[in-house]
Design a protein around this ligand. Structure first.
Ligand code: PEP
Ligand code: MG
Length: 746
């Protein structure tokens, strides 16, 4: 064993003894700084810990003025200590005052020390503080010193996680005990109160020290061997199958066989860490690199490495993903990310979902929306902050999460939920009455669906039918293409459940944000403007025809309604319709029962279709405006991009005037028209669409009550006057005028 290794083993050995002795938090911290200073042979050793998310506090020191302890504070990024904390990278210099951002803290008496080495105290991306050594030498610390301090910092982070520094005088709050508020983005609205259910519970490393390096090395090698075998087995499982899955597994295999990875972990064990701690040290390094790498490909690879480390930790600790932890009451699922299939397996038992990553268009979000479960995405740090069973409040409307909330916050939140429940009760009382406006027309309210599980909402919401059945959800949640017979059976069950109510089946709308796991993803510069929806269907008619056959067979003599998505010009619709009629003819030849009636419609999701010929409008049995896509193309604002997606108001005069044009085109050709984008489920927007002439709206089941409630109390002719006046007066959006009018109505 080299001198360096034995030096750091000795340091860790002493640290272990120091931590084992009973002591309060502050006393422990003091002892540790004394011990490190003595072992490294440096006059100053200090520990800075986070007081709150952006302030660090000097919590213990050997060598600086004792009166500065708990007095000296700096903000994240301020001075060298703040910079180490912010960048999560060490700073090692022989001339600290010459470093950018240097700030001298007079109360500490540090002006006589020139050399500075600061390393982050962090665990798996969770930053806890900074460990600093200083000396009068004008040279930077040696690599061995940097290494030793890094290892100690890692052990401190482990011990902090276990609560070793909580107590008398120490600034450190017990981890995972204090309330935390996280701001993410809204994935699906609604509010939920419940208890955390971690999708992948954290691995707890209880002993970061090794007593016997040989034994730890052998444990590590055995676990790595097991890991390699399991990766090889996974690879064999996808042999010849999905190329992307194979690529990810190849990357896993490369890392699992990487000599550098193993060597670094072995070196850490030789320096006194346990096998688990050595793996976690590598994982922590990968996570902090992950945060700093802008290249998405490299980030993905670091993600792979992170995932692999997790697997290795589970092999070493014997802690599986299934810890046997019981599903808490009112479970709120917390995950870094989750696939649609896994999410469906949890199903409606979940009260809410919080994801550290994700996007509004991710499959998980699509499923959460279909199941009407409040979802917050991009909630940074949630998987490091939350523990199984923690009390949690999810505000899907605002994209906010309260973890372990104070009682005052929880009770305000409950008030908000109670108000929403009261409103729901009010809506239940109008479930069976039509959405007839004051002196005016009745608006048909349909619901959007995509899963079998949505169908019971037909009754409970009072929807008149399913105005949009997104068939791609069934494709998204599978690992391979469904067979025709499976689809036919499913569509048949949908029609059974609808019990005679009209269901508008939209053919497969994939591409753009909806990528099937088993289809080769297209490397397109602008997927939303790319090969998607009907474009895929027409270029690969095999899948489209198979789906059309399944739909015809499912109908078995019942009425059938089919709608083609994303039609940008008439011939796309005509060709798709030809395929449908061809399949109908084929079924007739086979002697299969044909649908009693057949309606064939087009979705209007690109502005171009609004200007198609009169003949096109006449050829469609109905038109449904897909407002989500239509709006994104009208304003050239990506519906997936948080920066721009809310920038343009749906009630903008230009957009409303455009909708009015579509209403007029359908009126002159007597083509039934509906609106099925998300905006139809927002009461004020829905009201304005009705005032502009829409007579059918299709929305999430939960929106039917609120929309109906408002429609039944409104006079559309009066509202139309308000809208027209606002348009004539040069307003950009009619919203302020509409809101004023609504307030006047009480
Ligand atoms: C739309 O674009 O408005 C629509 C209903 O389709 P999707 O949201 O599935 O793209
Ligand atoms: Mg669309």
């Amino acid at each position: 064993m080299s001198d360096v290794q034995s030096g750091s083993r000795r340091l860790l050995g002493r640290l272990k003894l120091a931590l084992e002795e009973p002591a309060e938090g502050q006393e422990r911290l003091d002892r540790i700084t004394r011990l490190i200073a003595a072992e490294i042979g440096t006059p100053v050793c200090s520990i800075y810990l986070f007081r709150d998310s952006d302030t660090l506090e000097l919590c213990a020191t050997e060598g600086l003025k004792p009166e500065s302890v708990h007095q000296t504070r700096m903000r994240l990024g301020e001075g060298l200590v703040g910079r180490v904390a912010l960048s999560a990278k060490p700073i090692n210099t022989g001339n600290a005052p010459a470093e950018p951002g240097f700030r001298y803290m007079p109360e500490t008496g540090e002006e006589i020390y020139s050399a500075f080495l600061g390393v982050p105290i962090q665990r798996l991306g969770e930053r806890m503080g900074v460990l600093v050594v200083q000396s009068k030498d004008r040279t930077a610390y040696s690599e061995d010193d940097v290494y030793a301090i890094e290892v100690v910092a890692m052990v401190l982070a482990e011990m902090a996680e276990l609560g070793a520094f909580v107590g008398e005088g120490a600034a450190m709050a017990a981890p995972h005990k204090h309330p935390v508020m996280l701001r993410g983005n809204c994935g699906q609205d609604g509010a939920a109160e419940g208890n955390v259910l971690l999708h992948e519970p954290r691995v707890v490393v209880t002993n970061p020290f090794s007593d016997d390096a040989e034994a730890e090395l052998s444990r590590l090698r055995t676990a790595v061997d097991q890991l390699r075998v399991s990766v090889d087995e996974m690879l064999m499982g996808v042999e010849g199958g999905d190329k992307d899955q194979r690529e990810v597994l190849e990357a896993y295999r490369m890392f699992a066989n990487s000599k550098g990875w193993l060597r670094r972990m072995e070196a850490d064990i030789n320096r006194g860490l346990s096998a688990e701690a050595a793996v976690e040290k590598e994982q922590t390094a990968a996570r902090s690199r992950m945060e700093q790498v802008p290249d998405p490909y490299l980030r993905e690879r670091l993600h792979d490495l992170d995932d692999l480390s997790n697997r290795l930790l589970r092999l070493l600790t014997g802690q599986g993903t299934d810890t046997g932890a019981e599903m808490p009451q009112d479970p709120v699922l917390v995950a870094r990310n989750i696939g649609p299939g896994e999410l469906l397996a949890y199903g409606r038992a979940l009260r809410g979902i919080v994801l550290e990553e994700g996007s509004v268009g991710s499959h998980a979000a699509v499923i959460a929306r279909a199941l009407a479960i409040p979802l917050v995405i991009n909630a940074e740090r949630i998987t490091t902050e939350a523990l199984n069973g923690d009390h949690i409040l999810v505000d899907g409307d605002q994209g906010i999460v309260h973890l372990r909330p104070e009682e005052t916050v929880a009770s305000a939140f409950r008030d908000k939920m109670a108000m929403a429940t009261k409103a729901q009760e009010r809506y239940a009382s109008i479930r069976r009455v039509p959405a007839t406006t004051v002196y005016g027309p009745t608006i048909r309210l349909d619901m959007n669906a995509g899963l079998m599980a949505d169908l019971p909402s037909l009754r409970s919401s009072g929807a008149e039918g399913v105005g949009l059945f997104r068939t791609e959800l069934q494709f998204l949640v599978r690992t391979k293409f469904p067979r025709r017979s499976e689809l036919a059976a499913l569509y048949s069950r949908v029609l059974d459940a609808a019990n005679g109510k009209r269901v508008v089946f939209r053919t497969l709308d994939i591409g753009s944000d909806k990528v099937l796991p088993y289809m080769k993803p297209q490397d397109e510069p602008n997927p939303a403007l790319g090969w998607r929806a009907i474009r895929v269907g027409l270029d690969k008619p095999g899948v489209l025809r198979m789906q059309l056959q399944a739909l015809i067979r499912a109908a078995r003599g019942r009425p059938l309604t089919i709608m083609f998505p994303f039609v940008a010009q008439a011939d796309e619709f005509h060709t798709a319709k030809k395929y449908l009629l061809g399949e109908l003819e084929r079924e007739r030849r086979f002697g299969h029962p044909l649908p009693r009636t057949l309606e064939i419609g087009a979705m209007l999701e690109t502005p171009s279709l609004a200007f198609a010929s009169k003949q096109f409008f006449e050829s469609a049995d109905f038109i449904s405006v897909g407002g989500n896509d239509l709006k994104q193309f009208f304003f050239a604002a990506d519906r997936e991009n948080e920066r721009v997606r809310r920038r343009y108001d749906t009630l903008n005069v230009s957009f409303l005037t455009f909708l009015e044009w579509i209403v007029m085109r359908c009126k002159e050709t007597r083509t039934p028209l509906s609106f099925c984008g998300e905006d139809a489920g927002r009461p004020v927007e829905a009201l304005c669409f009705a005032a502009m002439g829409f007579r059918t709206l299709s929305m999430r089941p939960a929106s039917i009550g609120p929309v109906k409630h408002l429609l039944r109390r409104s006079n559309l002719a009066e509202l139309r006057e308000v809208i027209d006046e606002a348009r004539a007066s040069g307003q950009q959006s009619v919203r302020p005028a509409v809101m004023d009018w609504l307030h006047q109505q009480g």
